[in-house]
Design a protein. Structure first.
Lengths: 161, 787
């Protein structure tokens, strides 16, 4: 077992981990940050997406040891300082961008990462960026719409509500 | 103006906040004091005799608490099947046992052989690798037709063959159907495969068993669509635990799509093992395990024929289907290719004669059961592909041929035993043509041609039977349960309301929609109403959520319970207002006396019910809480018309969906936003089936598509924005809300539209291809173009 220390959602945390412990397991099991989900075991589904040092990372593809000293943000750290939802989170609610909610944290993490580098993405850019995040409920329609709306684009003309 | 509250409004979902902030409580988020972890050692061969299992080394591995094998389940029941189908000759289906852990033989890749319980999940996994397993591999049966050959290896040695049943429906119609085919002016024939799919809710299954010695009570936390059904099946048939000692909790569940209806071995195992070791036992499926242990869907091989007269009227339909059951009978598997498939074969058309034959077959594959639509997508796909093929053969417009044969009078009794109460297929077709801009298609086709692409338009209709189902009817058809639902409306002293419902929400948004109904009935704010679901200790009873039944069946129970509450509240109000009960009106949360200005508030009455100082105690009891069970009088019959436009790249065979429109008739709609979301998701799953998804076995029974590397899930850039519309509305005639159900329509209605569109695109490129089996991968389409 090895000790790791990292900053998670602005708080310094540490714990003993095995070499094989994945970052997602460290977050879920040791830190009880259960908003980050595990939907597959081949790094395809994106439900475990977090930010590590500001970059979008699937936390099942990274060992906890590799995140030693890193700054990690999970879905629990994505709200506004006053406890309300961020504009992106609120947009997902406004546009019904989630159903069962399981892929949702990963979607928020991925979308916020996109908006950081591309503040007004096109529909095609959004769909391309979400390649690594699978949703089985929404058919992506309202996810794409929510992200476009969160970036300040008019979505009223998009086919049907 | 759209409504801003109550029935017909689209308030934002209240459950979203916890999901968007990482505060959802899914089963894997539950961790109990003293919890152990189980890892299942599963068969890596499709068929074999278990010669020996040596657990001695594994038992001494660090952290191992106990290792279980099939021998530990001596005297314990097997997993039951909830539906018994009777065959063409009046005989019951062949029904093999389904042990919790394999005994004697393994019958599919993924069949659990041993269960290692340890202090950590890593220790359990490590110990599994130290188990010595000697399995003598047997030849596997994978293909359904060869499984029925007389010399085929048997999946279950105790059965006479691999045939589960040979079902004919309606058997009495067979001769008349055959005769109609002899007289037909034209016969269209189509052979097709409805591809095997894996439901793939994004949350893998999880089960936590917890035994409380103090009160001899077991609790199972599980990812289920129907906790009471699991309590019934596991308690009564597998473990022999009476209902009052068994609690089943399904908290937030990350999607179901049918595959979380069924009772699974892992649920029984963790409950059983926690009683044995007196500690909680937790199992979390990996996605790889999900592929080889979640019940799969579809997997039909069908020949369907349509007889038409000289005026292109449909005279008769005849089908022959092989339906894969997999290695064991999953909970509702036998009902899917029969009563959920054969009864829908009339579709939207007034075909007078129909005969459906289904042979259900055991193979060395994962069990197959209901997946979003369950039998109805299979019926719709073959029928709507067939009608399209007929139109092409006859040289008539596919929309016109459909319109000519539409059922237009309701109620309509089909020749396959169901009676459609309402519908307006012309209206949904009209609406679809409008929203799809069908008249602009030729211009779009030319634009595609200019880019070197072939554009095709595919249309189809669908009808489905939802809101399963009248208990007396399904009882006659072989269901071993009633299919009513239940709700309790508990009004608190301050007027707020908790509604305990038997339906389970795993993405459908019941926590938002059900309060809309109650708020509308009473005239109070939706925030005053909360829904409680998913815990057998908190709700009266319930058969759960599947078959688009939640609002039609459980919602009806909720309305009935609320009506009882309102009746009692009016008695109390009459007393408080010193008026006759018959004169009391409830509107906007106020009771008033008709023709006077006397009134009292909802809260005054509810407070009086719990503080009955001034109260008609001689007539009614204190308190304000009512329960209702609702057993539907009929199925509901949502219907619609769908259209898809594709572009095919003739160089590569790649298909892209350019435009998709769905015009549905769901009857009355409580929350349009949520209904549209359900349709979007269904369409994406249908497009997935049509273009991308397939569970593929090799000839040895190895599952070759057992991860997201190989099983192609639809991703954001595989699908377009969808045009959806539900403005056509013929309310259901037999439930109090006039609702029909919208959960499966998209998955039922979309695959034929996509395939019809690709066939049309190829025809526009001069390639007259009669059919391509799903999924229409670039390779398959390219082959069809170049053959």
């Amino acid at each position: 077992m090895t000790k790791v220390t990292m900053t998670v959602n602005g708080k310094s945390v540490s714990g003993e981990v095995e070499g094989r412990t994945l970052l997602v397991d460290f977050l879920r099991d040791a830190q009880r940050l259960t908003g980050t989900h595990v939907g597959c075991d081949t790094s395809q589904c994106g439900a475990c997406t977090v930010h590590v040092d500001g970059l979008q990372v699937k936390s099942c593809t990274m060992f906890a040891l590799e995140a030693d000293g890193a700054t990690v943000t999970t879905i629990e750290g994505m709200g506004n300082a006053d406890g309300t939802m961020s504009a992106l989170q609120a947009s997902f609610q406004e546009h019904h961008g989630l159903q069962c909610g399981f892929c949702t944290p990963g979607m928020i993490m991925a979308a916020s990462s996109l908006l950081k580098v591309n503040p007004k993405p096109t529909e095609a850019e959004i769909r391309h960026h979400l390649e690594g995040n699978i949703c089985r409920c929404t058919g992506y329609h309202n996810i794409v719409k929510a992200i476009m709306a969160a970036s300040g684009q008019d979505v009223s003309a998009i086919a049907a509500e | 103006m759209p409504k801003d509250h109550g029935i017909g409004a689209s308030p934002k979902r209240r459950e979203d906040v916890r999901f968007l902030t990482g505060k959802g409580q899914y089963t894997d988020d539950i961790n109990l004091h003293g919890q152990t972890y189980v890892h299942f050692l599963r068969s890596d061969v499709a068929h074999g005799i278990i010669k020996s299992i040596d657990t001695s080394d594994a038992e001494n591995m660090p952290g191992v608490v106990r290792i279980f094998t099939g021998a530990d389940f001596e005297g314990v029941g097997g997993l039951p099947c909830g539906w018994q189908v009777t065959d063409r000759h009046g005989q019951p289906m062949q029904e093999p046992g389904h042990p919790v852990l394999a005994r004697g033989k393994v019958r599919h890749v993924g069949d659990p052989i041993a269960a290692i319980v340890a202090e950590t999940k890593e220790q359990a996994r490590d110990a599994a690798e130290a188990i010595g397993l000697d399995i003598e591999e047997l030849p596997a049966v994978v293909d359904m037709v060869s499984a029925l050959a007389p010399d085929a290896p048997k999946v279950h040695d105790e059965l006479t063959s691999n045939l589960c049943y040979d079902w004919g429906f309606v058997e009495e119609n067979k001769a008349a159907v055959d005769e109609a085919f002899e007289k037909a002016a034209h016969v269209t024939t189509l052979e097709l495969i409805n591809n095997r799919l894996v439901a793939n809710p994004m949350e893998p299954r999880v089960a936590v068993g917890d035994y409380n010695q103090a009160n001899d009570e077991s609790t199972l936390y599980t990812t289920s669509q129907n906790p009471h059904v699991i309590r019934l099946l596991m308690g009564a048939f597998v473990l022999g635990i009476p209902e009052h000692k068994l609690r089943v909790v399904a908290p937030d569940v990350g999607g179901g799509f049918g595959t979380k209806i069924f009772h699974y071995a892992e649920e029984a195992f963790v409950t059983f093992a926690s009683r044995q070791i007196r500690r909680p036992v937790k199992w979390t499926s990996t996605r790889s395990e999900a592929f080889m242990s979640d019940a799969h869907g579809r997997d039909h091989k069908t020949k369907i024929e349509l007889a038409l007269d000289a005026d292109n009227n449909f005279m008769a339909i005849r089908t022959d289907t092989y339906a894969n059951m997999g290695a064991y009978l999953s909970t509702f598997a036998p009902s899917v290719p029969t009563w959920l498939h054969g009864t829908l074969m009339a579709g939207n058309y007034k075909t007078p004669l129909i005969y459906v034959n289904v042979k259900a077959v055991f193979t060395n594959t994962v069990p197959v059961d209901a997946y979003r639509g369950a039998g109805r997508p299979e019926a719709t796909f073959q029928l709507e592909r067939l009608v399209d093929k007929a139109a092409r053969e006859l040289g008539v417009d596919p929309i016109a041929l459909r319109r000519q044969n539409f059922i237009t009078q309701f109620p309509y009794a089909t020749p396959v035993a169901v009676e459609y109460d309402t519908g307006d297929y012309i209206a949904t077709m009209d609406r679809m043509e409008e929203i799809m801009d069908i008249s602009g298609f030729e211009a779009r086709r030319k634009a595609s041609e200019a880019k070197g692409k072939w554009r095709g338009l595919g249309v189809n209709c669908y009808i489905e039977a939802c809101g399963i189902a009248p208990s007396n009817l399904v009882g006659q058809l072989g269901a071993r349960a009633g299919l009513y639902d239940a709700a309790t409306v508990r009004v608190n002293a301050t007027g707020s309301i908790s509604v305990m419902v038997g339906a389970h929400s795993h993405g459908q948004g019941h926590e938002t929609t059900f309060p809309q109904v109650i708020a509308e009935m009473i005239g109070i704010d939706e925030s005053q109403v909360d829904i409680v679901h998913g815990d057998s200790s908190k709700i009266p009873f319930g058969m759960g959520t599947y078959g688009s039944r939640s609002l039609a069946v459980c919602g009806s129970a909720m309305v009935r319970a609320a009506e009882k509450v309102i009746r009692k509240a009016k008695k109390i109000a009459a007393h408080l207002l010193e008026a006759s009960e018959a004169d009391i009106e409830l509107k906007d949360g106020k009771f008033s006396v008709a023709g006077t200005d006397k009134e009292c508030a909802w809260g005054d009455v509810t407070l009086a019910a719990y503080v009955p100082h001034n109260y008609p105690l001689e007539d009614i009891e204190p308190g304000l809480e009512e329960t209702a069970f609702y057993d539907p009088a009929n199925f509901t019959y949502p219907s619609g018309a769908y259209a898809c436009e594709v572009e095919v790249d003739p160089e590569t065979g790649k298909v892209t969906i350019e435009k998709f429109a769905a015009a549905d008739d769901f009857g009355n709609v409580v929350n349009p936003m949520i209904v549209e979301g359900q349709v979007h998701g269904g369409i994406a799953q249908g497009i997935g089936q049509a273009l991308l998804e397939a569970a593929v076995y090799d000839e040895n029974g190895q599952l070759q598509s057992a991860s997201y590397m190989d099983y192609a899930m639809p991703r954001a850039d595989d699908v377009p924005f969808y045009i959806v519309d539900h403005s056509c509305c013929t309310p259901c005639t037999h439930n109090p809300l006039g609702v029909k159900g919208c959960g499966e329509a998209g998955a039922i209605g979309s695959p034929p539209a996509v395939v019809n569109a690709v066939i049309d695109a190829l025809a526009s490129g001069g390639k007259n291809v009669p059919h391509i089996d799903m999924p229409l991968t670039p390779h398959r389409v390219w082959k069809a173009i170049n053959q």
